[in-house]
Design a protein around this ligand. Structure first.
Ligand SMILES: Cc1ncc(COP(=O)(O)O)c(C=O)c1O
Length: 368
């Protein structure tokens, strides 16, 4: 089955005897005791089964676990490690995940944040108690690229598990499991949901081994699971994911080129650009470069904020992956201890007509 077909049919579990074409939403939290039926919705629900089935297929994994948010999915990985384990994570890790490691797991897990765009940095950071490598590529918000294949093989030769946050690329453009990672993590809130109205997260595994059993236990016993409604809407949104991603990537590529030519722009970060430092690796491990980009506007935070305030179609809001274009000055969102440049503007390029997006950018640049 080709990817587009899989996205449409891979999550359809029809349990109703009237055979609706679309799976109904099963709201019941409890089920008659019967062989093969779920018992209780925190442990399993038909809509979550359907979502997990299509997620596992899209990421070419053995199984998936759906969570109530991307952060809950990531936290389930950290909760599945033994206390005292050491983790290596990127120094520009998504700031919410970094906050978990620094604050919630302080005194429980040890972490080294390193620049994983240089594979030598991984080798230098490994300790006897290192159990996990966390990769995020392309990274948020600098769109840095890490080599999944090389990093995974180094980490696994030291007995570590490798998790890759694949939120920006989605399985449409990148399959970390096929490149050697053990687990894939997603904020399903982003491109999977695609309409900025569902919060969700997911983990997908290559093997149903003992580490996966620990994660399943955190999911089921910890209970940070998505509702049947959320699972239903995610499964529905995923049906259009391949076509949405093609549109997002085509638009982002053209806007990135436009920005590189603009006299009021200092730098553009998009892995599809030939002069992006990670372009060559991105071209090897991705089949498209995604819909996210960031750029440095000439000037300071004030100039960046003034430019953003003039835009009409790009909503000044956080998050990403919806059909509508979103824009924000990232340092303003990440807070006072951010390492992101103050004039960095992150764009989630939407599916509005490109003429309207270019027109909007033109008038905002002219106004500053
Ligand atoms: C790359 C990345 N990973 C994880 C998350 C966390 O996901 P959620 O907001 O669904 O908890 C985000 C959210 O912005 C993200 O951008």
């Amino acid at each position: 089955m080709k990817f587009e077909t899989l996205a449409i049919h891979g999550g359809n579990i029809i349990s109703d005897e009237k055979q609706p074409v679309v799976q109904p939403i099963t709201l019941s939290t409890t089920f008659h005791h019967k062989e093969g039926s779920p018992t209780y919705s925190r442990a399993a629900n038909p809509n979550r089964d359907a979502l997990e089935q299509v997620l596992a297929k899209m990421e070419r994994g053995k199984a998936a676990a759906a969570f109530s948010s991307g952060n809950a999915a990531g936290m389930a990985v950290f909760q599945s490690l033994q206390a005292g384990s050491h983790i290596i994570a990127p120094n520009d890790m998504y700031h919410g995940m970094r906050k978990q490691l620094e604050e919630i797991f302080d005194g429980i897990l040890e972490v080294s944040f390193v620049d994983l765009t240089e594979t030598e940095n991984l080798k230098r950071a490994i300790k006897p108690q290192t159990k996990l490598l966390w990769i995020e590529t392309p990274s948020n918000p600098l769109l840095k690229i890490s080599d999944i294949k090389v990093l995974s093989s180094i980490a696994q030769s030291h007995g570590m598990k490798v998790v890759c946050d694949n939120t920006f690329a989605t399985p449409v453009f990148q399959n970390p499991l096929a490149l050697g990672a053990d687990l894939v993590m997603h904020s399903a809130t982003k491109y999977f949901g695609g309409h900025s109205d569902i919060l969700g997260g997911a983990l997908i595994t290559k093997e149903e081994d003992s580490f996966w059993q620990r994660i399943k236990n955190v999911q089921i016993t910890g209970g940070a699971v998505p509702s049947p409604f959320d699972c239903y809407y995610l499964t529905r949104s995923i049906k259009t994911l391949p076509y949405r991603m093609k549109g997002h990537a085509a638009h982002a590529g053209q806007i990135a080129s436009y920005l590189t030519q603009h006299p009021k722009v200092e730098a553009v970060y998009y892995p599809g650009l030939k002069d992006h430092p990670g372009h060559e690796i991105a071209a090897q491990q991705m089949s498209g470069f995604g819909g996210m980009l960031s750029f440095l506007i000439k000037g300071d935070a004030y100039d960046a904020d003034r430019f953003i305030s003039r835009l009409q179609y790009f909503a000044n809001a956080t998050s990403l992956g919806g059909v509508e274009s979103l824009i924000e000055r990232r340092a303003g969102v990440e807070g006072p201890d951010t390492k992101t440049p103050q004039n960095l503007i992150r764009v989630s390029v939407g599916l509005e007509h490109l003429d309207d997006l270019f027109g909007d950018l033109d008038q905002a640049f002219e106004a500053i």
